[in-house]
Design a protein around this ligand. Structure first.
Ligand SMILES: [Zn+2]
Length: 463
């Protein structure tokens, strides 16, 4: 155990190694694989070669359609071919995965996710990453940076650490972390130099500080995303091209949605501006109900997926929720009103053609990595989004948002081999995404039975 902690400490303390060239796994890296993950079969050498999903029904996600009875070929970390099972030849050395009667769709994106907190053990990091993968989440945009994450991102890329492809926001810009325009400029330059994928905006940033951040970000070509500081406001953030607005932050405030029904004219106007400026929104509907105190604690405590996390973590979540409700300033009717208005707002954004990215803010506050997708789906359905549009927000739209980093989010030749194999058509029922028959991440195959075995082992080890 000590060596695991030590390994992790080294990771956290050596940000320079983030730029080191990829190398073969060292003995130390292999030693850091947690015993639970040793339950997974060693990837056969052939997987560096070819895999064929044979006779499978494909949701390519280029349009709302299912291609019946296809073969999909994968080589290394890429999809190389797709065609009718009767027509497409399967290379003799390819591993065959039986797709008969099953459905294959692109891996899902968690566009407002998190790494475990700084100081977490290697075991915990591996657990969180595995939970994402176990439910087909193969890309995670980490929305709060700390230095060692760049090394984790590299280890995942090199195949030394099993996890979703990571896109990382740096340490956040908040009222506490950036006090002046000069400090904001320096912080942008520093994060760009260090190699973060984007900047994270938190509450409390003053207007002039936000301006300096936005200006430096434009100059250096780095995105900024996240919350809408009160002093900045949604209209201004959109005008300054904040790239994603997470949690639908700023909308309810702008439209008076904490006091009464949303003003229809104001709603139509902000939806139109959101679309015209190509601003992306990451609703995180379920998590926000928890954050504002509109969720039902007994229901959340009964979530079966809580068993995959340490009991101490669940106790922390419970205590923090109870504190929220016990706060004398807590107003249940107001929380309920906001929750209802958020559904109306998401409907207006979806109907109005705004670009919606799927996110659940896992892991935190009853949002368990991977499993949390099933807490988010019902609220997106309640907002009138179709099952296809919900899946699209987690696949193709994510690929469009990150198009300059790689091609993924669709099943097509050349796209990254991130795939989820399920037993029935998720366009008929999103619950069919539960307990997938298998998940492929960058060409590495995790069979459903092996996933189940690792999950059972995690449920046994909750210390
Ligand atoms: Zn978050």
């Amino acid at each position: 155990m000590r060596s695991l902690v030590l390994t992790f400490a080294l990771i956290v303390l050596s940000p320079l190694s983030a730029t080191a060239a990829p190398s073969a796994p060292s003995a130390a890296d292999r030693a850091s694989i947690h015993p639970v993950l040793r339950l997974l079969p060693r990837e056969p050498a052939a997987s560096a070669g070819r895999t064929a999903f044979v006779d499978v029904n494909v949701l390519p996600m280029d349009a709302e359609r299912v291609l019946m009875r296809q073969t999909v070929l994968v080589e290394g970390d890429r999809i190389t071919a797709i065609g009718p099972v009767a027509d497409l030849a399967i290379p003799a050395d390819a591993r065959r995965i039986d797709g008969a009667g099953r459905f294959l769709l692109p891996g899902l994106g968690e566009m407002h996710g998190h790494n475990p907190p700084v100081g977490s053990t290697t075991e915990y990091v591996q657990r969180i990453y595995f939970l994402f993968l176990s439910n087909g989440v193969t890309t995670v945009r980490g929305m709060l940076g700390w230095p060692g994450q760049l090394e984790l991102r590299q280890q995942v890329r090199d195949g030394r650490l099993l996890g979703p492809t990571l896109l990382l926001a740096g340490p956040s810009f908040s009222g506490a972390s950036v006090a002046s325009p000069q400090a904001a400029t320096l912080r942008v330059e520093e994060q760009k130099r260090e190699g973060w994928d984007l900047l994270k905006v938190h509450p409390g940033v003053k207007r002039e500080v936000y301006d300096a951040m936005a200006h430096a970000a434009d100059r250096l070509g780095i995105r900024f995303s996240g919350h809408i500081p009160l002093e900045v406001g949604l209209d201004y953030a959109i005008e300054r091209r904040q790239e994603t607005v997470d949690h639908l932050d700023g909308y309810i405030e702008l439209l008076g949605g904490d006091r009464g029904p949303l003003d229809p004219a104001g709603l139509a106007a902000i939806v139109q501006r959101t679309r015209e400026t190509n601003t992306w929104v990451v609703p995180t509907m379920a998590l926000w109900e928890t954050i504002i105190g509109a969720a039902d604690l007994p229901s959340m405590l009964a979530y079966p997926e809580l068993r995959y996390l340490p009991t101490i973590e669940i106790e922390r979540w419970r205590a923090s929720y109870e504190r929220r409700l016990a706060d004398p300033k807590f107003d249940r009717a107001r929380a309920q009103r906001i929750a209802e208005n958020r559904v109306v707002l998401l409907k207006a954004l979806a109907d109005g053609g705004a670009r919606i990215l799927f996110g659940t803010d896992a892991p935190q506050q009853f949002s368990v990595p991977g499993f949390s997708i099933h807490r988010e789906f019902p609220l997106m359905l309640a907002a009138g989004m179709s099952r296809y549009d919900i899946l699209r927000s987690a696949t193709r739209t994510v690929g469009e948002h990150l198009a300059e980093t790689d091609r993924f989010g669709v099943i097509a030749p050349g796209a990254r081999a991130d795939l989820v194999l399920v037993r029935a058509n998720p366009l008929a029922n999103l619950a069919h995404l539960r307990e997938p028959a298998g998940v492929m991440v960058r060409g590495r195959w995790l069979a459903g039975d092996d996933i189940a075995q690792v999950l059972a082992a995690y449920a046994e080890r909750r210390d």
